[in-house]
Design a protein around this ligand. Structure first.
Ligand code: ATP
Ligand code: MG
Length: 421
């Protein structure tokens, strides 16, 4: 127990964290280009925020939340998604009083869901999310879809499919609900138990069920797109115009409804096909009523969440290699009596911006070189008795074996020159 992480969680080891950092840098860069700035919200919130925001008929709130009473008897929940916290923060800090839209992103935010762990499905995972508050035009919906698409495309992800849909608004959706229920009534007995419950509380989500039986039964269900009101239809058309103008491939899939209650109008998913089937890497949509539902002004908003573990999985699956930085640029090796010289040299190299280290385990010189090789350091800097006496250091390119003995004070500039040659 003690040496086993809880089910559905995953460590990121020091040897692999560079992959996360690489992604994070790309994500920050993409967000900054479009004016999105980082927001950091707490890992836990009052349970009520998710019950009200995400919706208490959703799978997330019904069965996936990590909820507990804290010592002050408050009901607390570990973030099961990123949007509600961002919206709460937007409201609490009166960000809506500033010039709108307010654009923000969050990165590697841990998300907790009590799900059955399996490939691509963890109990703690991480998301890169983007949210834009206060803009109703479909140009923003398109901007977010494009951002997510280009991010993955630039990473080299293949077989990426962009699927969009509109699930209407409180004005047009009830009519569709009625039509969908009419369609489902004679098929109810064939649906799974979850879907029979969904039929009562939120029939739209039957379309989203992953069970093959249910999927087959809803194959010919009426489409929300035939029920959109004028406003929603125009919005959906604007979105398509923008995506067409950008030239990215996309398709309309009227089965996409998304698992959260707050969505209106646009919903979208970026899906890739892997050898184990389809994998949704990114999901998002418009949530024009979330802010007012949380007690704020009536403000439109749109956003997405992208699963970082799933992006990494995809890169692995497609054999896309993320460049691994060397742990050290230079490893200082020394004869036993010269430890202080080595120590000073390491400090001086670090002060001049080199990733540098020395032996801390009283190894022999030979063993130090062996260790340096293991770390992959491309250069060594050796201080033996002779060098210590003369105040010099022998710098060696570990691959070509080219070496140079120079005064210790010139170690940094010599290294720099040898790196460039
Ligand atoms: P799914 O249909 O796969 O259950 P979802 O609709 O629950 O996904 P969202 O709530 O939209 O997913 O979350 C956004 C993204 O976060 C997903 O597209 C996916 O990449 C990732 N994600 C969601 N749940 C998990 C999980 N349990 N483990 C790892 N990544 C996840
Ligand atoms: Mg899910």
């Amino acid at each position: 127990m003690l040496t086993q992480a809880p089910r559905g969680t995953k460590d990121v080891l020091p040897t692999e964290s560079y992959r996360w950092q690489f992604l994070e840098k790309k994500m920050r860069g993409a967000a900054a280009l479009a004016g999105y700035r980082e927001v950091r919200t707490p890992v836990f919130e009052h349970t009520e925020l998710f019950a009200r925001g995400v919706g208490d008929t959703t799978d997330i709130v019904q069965k996936e939340m990590y909820t507990f009473q804290d010592k002050g008897n408050r009901s607390i929940t570990l973030k099961p998604e990123g949007t509600a916290g961002a919206a709460r923060c937007f409201l609490e800090s009166n960000l809506y009083a500033d010039a709108l839209p307010c654009k923000m992103y969050y990165l590697s935010s841990p998300i907790f869901r009590y799900e059955a762990p399996q490939s691509g499905r963890l109990r703690e995972h991480h998301q890169f999310g983007m949210e834009c508050f206060g803009a109703q035009d479909a140009t923003v919906d398109a901007e977010l879809i494009l951002l997510a698409f280009h991010l993955l495309d630039d990473l080299g992800v293949k077989n990426l499919s962009v699927n969009i849909n509109s699930i209407g608004c409180p004005e047009c959706r009830p009519k569709y609900h009625a039509a969908l229920k009419d369609y489902l009534v004679p098929r109810l007995s064939g649906l799974c138990e979850d879907c029979r419950n969904r039929y009562e509380r939120n029939p739209l989500r039957v379309l989203d069920c992953k069970k093959p039986n249910c999927q087959a039964l809803v194959k010919d269900a009426p489409s929300m797109l035939d029920y959109l009101c004028e406003d929603c239809r125009a919005h959906f058309e604007q979105l398509q115009d923008c995506l067409q103008a950008s030239g990215i491939p996309f398709r309309i899939d009227s089965r996409i409804v998304r698992g959260l209650d707050y969505y209106t109008k646009t919903v979208f998913e970026l899906i890739t096909s892997t050898k184990d089937g389809n994998l949704t890497v990114c999901g998002g949509g418009r949530y024009d009523h979330l802010v007012s539902q949380l007690g704020g002004p009536d403000l439109p908003a749109v956003g997405f969440g992208m699963g970082i573990e799933r992006v990494l999985m995809l890169l692995d699956g497609e054999g896309i290699v993320i460049p691994r930085p060397d742990q050290y640029e230079v490893f200082v090796t020394y004869m036993g009596g010269c430890r202080m010289d080595a120590f000073r040299l390491v400090q001086s190299l670090r002060a001049q911006g080199f990733r540098a280290d020395m032996d801390h385990c009283s190894r022999s010189l030979k063993a130090q070189f062996k260790y340096a090789n293991k770390t992959g350091a491309p250069f060594s800097a050796t201080i033996g008795e002779e060098e210590a006496q003369a105040g010099t250091v022998k710098i060696k390119n570990m691959a070509t074996k080219a070496e140079k003995t120079v005064p210790q004070a010139e170690a940094a500039e010599t290294l720099r020159a040898m790196m460039e040659s």
